[in-house]
Design a protein around this ligand. Sequence first.
Ligand SMILES: Cc1ncc(COP(=O)(O)O)c(C=O)c1O
Length: 401
Amino acid sequence: MPQLARRIGRAKPSAIMQVAEKAKRLKAEGRDIISFSIGVPNFLPGDHVYAAVRDALAKDSGQYGSNRGADALLDAFIEHMGKIGLTGYGRVNVATGIGAKHVIYNIAEALLDEGDTIAFPTPYWTSYLDIAEIVNAQIDLLPCPASQDYKLTPAQLDAALAKKPKVFLFNNPSNPTGMVYGKEEIDALADVVAKYPDTWIITDDIYNRMVFDGLGYHNFVHARPELRDRVIFIDSLSKTYGMPGWRVGFMAGPESVAQAVTTMNSNHITNVPEVVTAAAVAALSGPQDVPTQKCAEFQAKRDQVMAVMNAIPGVVCPRPQGAFYVFPDISVAFGKTHAPSGLKIGNDMDFCSALLETKGVACVPGSAFGEPRALRISYTCPTPQLAPGLQRFQEFFAELV
Ligand SMILES: Cc1ncc(COP(=O)(O)O)c(C=O)c1O
């Protein structure tokens, strides 16, 4: 019998999707389920995006397109970056892909030989670990618990970069914690990055338009423009524009990396489809009122979730300032029993499973993100579901003995 490649033994299906699937199944069985699990923005893009799609369909060439991305899309992205102060990039510095996940995967293939080290903070977005494992990299996890607001310190970064990893992967605003690094924090980390010229830096900043409290978005390149020759900025339409299923992601950085991603595209996908390209250009260049309004809405929902987290004794929950996630440390519940059901809570998986079974509320266990003391709440559910979902969450805690 022929065998599958060893690589596939290292590939795992997404833990987040497993929770979402279970919630979907219970719902299909007629259970009243409120899902705080999957990280989708839950809104649709503006009408101008659909108008651009209709127009593109009428003019469809039916042809293959550019491996890097259509010029109109590259230009729209470059202009979009300029609005967050990332200027000086040309078409040779950017490339597109089928979502940021695909772009990150391509970059991992392009930068990491087997056995090379990639360092990144914990909690991390699940796919970082999965992608690093598929390409057989050594993984150096940098623990950032709730006690340090889930943020990496300059000293931690210094110690990690002194070991000369090939790649340091950074995510701001963060999935799963929603934490955002302020200007001074980025400046301090950028000073450390500058000391270690042999490490590539990937900044996965796809939530850069979803920053609250006037904190603003900051990148290492803002702090130290000379870092642009090894900082690779990642962006996506998925969250900002309510277009996760349209699958458009971007990178901007050194020419060599953009060319490598283009070459990978030529061997994988060939191109982002023409109609999707039209939608993406319209989203990036058209009116920005939908993302702006959604950001304000998410900030209000963040406040609603935090009010409940702060009211539960023993729960430690750093206050997020971006994206649409809250990541409470719920380890106070470990060792307890949910009295009405008799279910024992030994860890985050037990907690999420019992919460879903007894209260119909789906959250993702923190171990999916490398932090088993916590769980992730994604609060993009329809607004009328948020308060009842939070109430059930609070009740569940009150019923632990
Ligand atoms: C931090 C982070 N990076 C990348 C992605 C992937 O985005 P895309 O839909 O563009 O592949 C996600 C999606 O959840 C994410 O949270």
